[in-house]
Every structure is written in C-alpha cells, then in structure tokens.
Design a protein around this ligand. Structure first.
Ligand SMILES: [Zn+2]
Ligand SMILES: [Zn+2]
Ligand SMILES: [Zn+2]
Length: 294
C-alpha cells in the first residue's frame, strides 16, 4: 500500500515537474498588418493575401496566455482556442503601447466579449496609460480586465513549473515602456522580442540569448535599409534582418536554428518573396509562419 502511494506520488510529482509549454505563432506582421492601409504598391495589391499582426500564444496543459492584444485579436484568440481546445484562456501579457500590441484589448469590453476580470499583465507605465485613457480605462472601471503590474526582470509564475519574465528593451517609448518576454520551464526557454530599436542600443547581448535560449522570436520589421524610400528610417529604428544575421553570424548551426524572425513590415520581402526567405533559411535562421507551433 505504502509502495503504491510512493509510486503514485512519484509519478504525479514527476509529471508536474516536467510540465512544458507550447508556443503558437498567431501572426507575423508589423503593427499595421499586411496589406497596410494606404499602400498601393505590389506588396499590398493582393488584398486576398493578408497576414495578421505579430503575436504568440503560450500554452500549458490546461491554460493558455496570449502575448500582445493585436488588432487581429478576434481571429487570433479563436486560433489559439482551436489549437488548445482543452485549455482555458488565462490572460494577456503586453509588450508596449504601439497600435499593433494593445489595441485588441477593445474586444474584451462591453461591445464584444465583456470579459470578467481577465488578467492583463503589463509594466507600470503601460498600466498607468490604460487606467488613465479611454476607452481602455472603461475596461478597468467595468472590471472587464484586471491589470497586474509586472517589473523588469521579475518572474511571474504561470504554473508551478512555467514562468514568464519581462525584459526591457530600447524602443520609442512615447506612452509606455517596451519589453520582450522570456518564458521558461525546466525543459525549454523562449525569448520573444517583437520590437527593439537596434541590438547595439541594448545593454544585453542577443548573441548570448541565442546561446541560452531554445527559441528566439525576434524583431524583423525591415529586411534592409532600402525598404521605405519615402521615410526617414532613423525615426523608426529596428535591427534590419541583414544586420541581425551579421550580428548572429558567429553562432553555431544549432544556435542559429533557434532564431525565428517575426514582426514583418508590409514592405519586408520575407512576407512574400520565396527566394529571399530561402536565402535567410540557407544561412540557418527561420522565418516565422502563422499557425506554427514551436
Ligand atoms: Zn510593433
Ligand atoms: Zn505594402
Ligand atoms: Zn513598437
């Protein structure tokens, strides 16, 4: 009898201990999606081919969370629910207050889902912004969302064996801080950084992260500096994909294969040009796909 109990405890604890998470890519486009409003060029002419805004779901056995509430939140929540039918939608983690990353919160309000105290995890300035500006403040006042403030570098437990940690990154912080997230279990570590100005402006090293993590989903807004001839690219800095590939050049084949580019501007050829995509893959990196499970 005692032996049975011990065996049961061992199996049960062993199972909890080894609980893992899945990452589901819910969209790969930059904030404005693809096609982008107002673009009449080839990249956006085919309105049949659209790409949802960058977001990921993190799922354990019985719960899932979504990082960022994009303008495509409706279809993305549905995608996550279909992919993880026995898991409950347990909350949203926000990276920052740019349109592609939080405006999907509108679908939680009275006009739509009318959620009850859905946990929304965000940094202090982001929380302040939501509490003090309509229509987001109404979500707080009506109790549709429950804001949970998180701190740079401090972990939140998603389950007994999975944690999530915000890491501040340099970005145009007009209304909020900007963070990326590390999700970690005993078996797996994933880094999600959809927006950052330039790797060189960061106090941390993306190369070191590539060695430490198992999965990296990183900012690939622009492929190179020639993409937007009519815009001053220094006003909207991002690491160009060509720069990131150079930065990560010294990594081993195994470490390079952990890198998945995401958050593509409508002008980025990685969204549609198979040859360029292949060029990136031939260098050992990956180009994220919506619906992909990592
Ligand atoms: Zn963005
Ligand atoms: Zn376009
Ligand atoms: Zn941004």
């Amino acid at each position: 009898m005692k032996l049975c109990f011990l065996l049961f405890s061992f199996l049960f604890i062993g199972n909890c201990y080894s609980q893992d998470f899945d990452v589901l890519v819910l969209g790969t486009a930059q904030d404005a999606g693809s096609p982008q409003a107002g673009c009449t060029k080839d990249c956006c002419r085919d309105t049949e081919k659209s790409e949802p805004v960058a977001s990921i779901a993190i799922a354990s056995n019985d719960q899932f969370w979504i990082i960022d509430a994009t303008p495509d939140f409706t279809q993305q929540l549905s995608m996550a629910q279909q992919e993880f039918p026995s898991s409950k939608f347990a909350g949203i983690f926000l990276t920052h207050a740019h349109i592609g990353h939080y405006t999907g919160l509108m679908y939680l309000g009275r006009e739509a889902m009318n959620t009850d105290s859905l946990p929304v995890y965000c940094m202090p300035r982001m929380a302040e912004f939501l509490r003090n500006n309509g229509p987001w403040s109404q979500l707080v006042d009506l109790g549709n969302i429950k804001i949970i403030e998180i701190k740079n570098g401090k972990s939140t437990s998603l389950t007994s064996s999975i944690s999530i940690t915000p890491i501040e990154v340099p970005h145009r912080d007009e209304f909020s801080e900007t963070v990326g997230y590390i999700v970690a279990s005993q078996k797996k570590k994933a880094l999600y950084v959809p927006d950052i100005d330039k790797w060189s402006k960061w106090s941390q090293s993306i190369t070191n992260y590539a060695k430490m993590m198992d999965i990296l989903l990183i900012d690939a807004t622009f492929f190179n500096g020639d993409e937007l001839p009519n815009r001053d690219m220094s006003e909207i800095p991002h690491p160009f994909v060509v720069e990131s590939m150079k930065e990560l050049e010294s990594l081993s084949k195994t470490d390079k294969s952990k890198v998945h580019f995401i958050h593509f501007n409508h002008s980025n050829p990685l969204l549609k040009d198979g040859a360029i995509k292949q060029e990136v893959e031939s260098k050992g990196f990956h180009v994220s796909q919506t619906g992909q499970r990592l």
